[in-house]
Design a protein around this ligand. Structure first.
Ligand code: ADP
Length: 495
């Protein structure tokens, strides 16, 4: 098959969260499984910065100028080509400085607000990616679009370019239903799509234009990033008013848990940590712990269980639950480090807590890949008190680094972590009821007690966790099976 993947971030060139990781790794797994893959992504400013920093080549592609109608005007996308590192997968970046040469991807760091023209930027991106495919003469079997920024791809496929992509199917992967790409209805004019599509069965969502919904109603296949989340989004509690669509389309919807790129996230090979380690020899982990304490200005105490947290500072991630019970938590012998970027109110609350407990609680308010690796390697436990979590990647990384995950029982965390109480000899972590500070504290206590009083049991959980295999090959296989089930997908009769 020739699979064309369209998404607004692609690691290591650009990343704000799990989407970037998936776009950077899944294409390589498809290629390894014997398929042809091409990726399209915007040339955000950070792509150039990361390419320079990591010495990744990007250069103008042949046939590189694409004319993209946006409303009544024609905009230009220049195609700049790179490759996913260590693979033959080409990435075509759509360059347009007006739209994408900005200091943030979706949010203006100066104001903390979304860019006001985000609809126009990603309408341009979707239509530009479709037109680029045609201009490059790609023979496409599967158009695989991701999240609201690429939500119009299945719609353009079905309602504008059906003949040009004859024989292709579209798949749409939702990484988080909370991000819906909702815009003023008049932005329909920018899409070039007929206004008849602005109705409640199609692109309209309570009077607004929804680019997420566009993908959900028009893609041939839908996926999301865990089995549990695929169930949850069919309910009122998690569907964010789109549960009706997920229920209606549940035969076309599949949950496929994300994978891990073990060439990057593996303590045996990780070049970003001060000492490597493995299930056979864990001694390097203590060196990583020491370095982590040093970087966060915490006392270098091997005996204090060190708890790591990494993530966007938003309601979803539940960090406020930790703050709610901070006194009871800090009563214990422990240290906590948190790495995160996000909303002002969390930044303030976290700042206050670190001033109260300077020897126990330290925070870095930044996006820092190297620091994320050091936390995974140096911490003893990894806490994820998410209220909802479509997949979650850090619990998967943590397990490989013998950093025991303490997770709320929601979404992909349910699919991937086996709780100490429920799974006995096979446990890989600790699982507690979501959205409850009380349950969080109870689980933390249990974990701390086992850590300090039952080292044999702790070691058993560590080894179980390290031996888990969440490589991308498994996920890629599930995607490929799903694509093949769709009538019309030909196992390349074009070869
Ligand atoms: P989400 O996509 O909801 O943000 P995921 O767990 O799916 O959450 O993916 C988050 C990814 O982003 C992980 O690779 C995580 O390590 C990374 N990440 C999140 N915040 C930061 C940060 N402040 N610095 C470095 N990496 C981060």
């Amino acid at each position: 098959m020739h699979i064309v993947m369209v998404g607004s971030e692609v690691a290591p060139f650009s990343k704000t969260g799990g989407l970037g990781d998936v776009m950077g790794a899944l294409p390589i797994a498809f290629e390894k499984a014997g398929h042809k893959v091409t990726v399209f992504s915007p040339l955000h400013r950070e792509v150039r910065e990361n390419a320079e920093q990591s010495k990744l080549d990007v250069e103008p592609a042949d046939n590189d100028l694409v004319s993209v109608p946006v409303g009544d005007t024609e905009e230009k996308a220049r195609l700049v080509k790179g490759f996913l590192p260590g693979s033959g997968v080409p990435v075509f970046f759509l360059e347009n400085d007006y739209y994408f040469d900005r200091s943030g991807l979706y949010v203006d760091p100066k104001t903390g607000e979304d860019y006001p023209d985000n609809s126009e930027r990603y309408i341009f991106f979707c239509r530009g990616a479709m037109l680029a495919c045609l201009q490059l003469g790609l023979q496409v079997d599967v158009l695989h679009a991701h999240d609201w920024q690429a939500g119009l791809v299945p719609t353009y496929h079905k309602h504008m370019y059906a003949d040009d992509f004859a024989g292709a199917i579209s798949a749409f992967t939702v990484h988080n239903v909370a991000f819906q790409g909702l815009f003023w209805h008049q932005d329909m004019n920018l899409t070039g799509l007929p206004w008849e599509l602005f109705n409640w069965r199609q692109l309209e969502f309570f009077g607004n234009l929804s680019l997420l919904k566009a993908g959900l109603v028009n893609a041939d296949l839908l996926t999301t990033v865990s089995k549990q989340y695929a169930q949850e989004i069919q309910t009122e509690d998690f569907g964010m008013n789109l549960e009706g669509i997920f229920r209606e389309r549940n035969k076309d919807l599949r949950g496929i848990v994300n994978g891990v790129d073990y060439s990057l996230w593996n303590p045996e090979v990780d070049g970003m940590i001060p000492a490597k380690f493995s299930p056979q020899d864990l001694s390097g982990k203590a060196i990583c712990k020491k370095e982590l304490q040093e970087q966060f200005n915490l006392p270098r105490r091997q005996d204090a269980p060190l708890i790591g947290m990494i993530g966007r500072l938003v309601h979803q991630k539940g960090y406020d639950l930790v703050l709610e019970e901070i006194e009871r938590i800090m009563d214990r012998n422990l240290q906590i480090v948190l790495l995160g970027k996000g909303e002002q109110r969390y930044r303030e609350l976290l700042g206050e807590a670190t001033r109260r407990y300077p020897d126990k609680f330290a925070v870095k308010l930044d996006f820092d890949e190297q620091c994320a690796h050091l936390i995974e390697a140096g911490a003893d436990m990894f806490l994820m008190p998410s209220r909802f979590e479509p997949c979650g990647l850090n619990q998967l990384y943590s397990m490989k680094y013998a950093t025991i995950p303490l997770v709320a029982a929601t979404g992909g965390l349910v699919d991937t972590v086996r709780g100490h109480r429920e799974h006995g000899k096979n446990a890989t972590g600790f699982v507690f009821q979501p959205d409850s500070a009380e349950e969080l504290v109870n689980a933390l206590r249990m974990a701390l007690d086992i850590y300090s009083q039952r080292p044999g049991r702790w070691r058993e959980i560590m080894l179980n966790a390290m031996n888990e295999d969440w490589s991308w090959d498994r996920s890629a296989g599930e995607y490929l099976d799903f694509f093949r089930e769709k009538p019309g997908v030909v196992e390349s009769n074009r070869q």
